[in-house]
Design a protein. Sequence first.
Length: 388
Amino acid sequence: MVQVLDTTLREGEQTPGVYFDTHIKLAVADLLDEIGIDIIETGHPMVTPEIHAAVEAIAHRGLNAIVGAHSRSLRQDVELALECGVKFLGIFYCVSDERLDGVFKKDLAQAIDLISEVISYAKSQDPELLIRYTPEDTVRSQFENVISAASAAVEAGADIISVADTTGYMVPGGERSMFNYVKNLKTNLAERGHNPKIAVHCHNDRGLALANALDAFRAGAEIIDVSVLGLGERAGIVDLAQLLTLLATDFGMTRYNLTKLPELYELVSLHSGLNISRNFPIIGKNAFTHCAGVHTHAAALNPMHYESLNPELVGRTRQFSLDHMSGIAAVRYALSLVEITDLDSKDQSEILSEVKNIGQRGRTVELNELPHIVDIIKHKKQIIKKHK
Ligand SMILES: [Zn+2]
């Protein structure tokens, strides 16, 4: 069974200009917990004392989720994270020849010694601690290096190996697919007697983060990293709401409470300063709004004509709005929704032409605006009568 790891508070804060105050971090963690997120990655305690305090506060909040922290492959980072009382530790270190040589001036054997030593130390401090080891930029590193480092990490006590597509490089169905990568990794580790859980961390540089995560899931990945609004470095990572909805509707995983998603997204949007685009799947203002004439008519008769997702799944309702694409049937239907039933067909046509005028100026007419348009049309009619 797949688990969802939310990293809005760690990866999300790597979005340029985004920082959540401690009380906001707590509110985000609470909502993630209410949704039923399995693992919450809360930050890297080494970065600042305030982040350290926030990680500690979330770890002691009594959440059902497993609370985790991020850590470089350094004993001092591990000590700081353990001080916070987390039950999950994500340790990262690169294994590609180019980075080891160019940045760290180490060979692979030295890197593996360092990784193993830090993992053994962490496990010795808390045998219950879940440890994830991530070879940074896993998918572009030499595969044999990844296998050697991952095997050593598991032998030292790592429970989870994370495949990081750090630069959003993978393409489903192509030569560099997550499906093949995860399959090969699992097979190669199993041949060495290792069966760690496999996590995937997919960046969205090519817009393929969700597709790659799904590809990895189909290949047997057990943990998927996500964030609210897909927040993260550059183009970010997999979006939480999209993944949870997909898991619920297409993979029978109904244990998450999706109705809390809109509240969580509003909170994160407000405090990250990132607006939710109107056409954002699941959460955007327009995600369940029917507008064009034929769509509205057909959707009013049977929503499934133009929807494959039920808005109630995420605690939302179907909306209808009117614009230049609307026809008389849509206007009549909208009028019935706001319980205006006393208009003759001439009035309805006038309303339609007003709606089309507004639509051509680039706006939609919301349902709650419709009674005011009706008022004006009635008013005009009375004036005309008076002057007759
Ligand atoms: Zn990342």
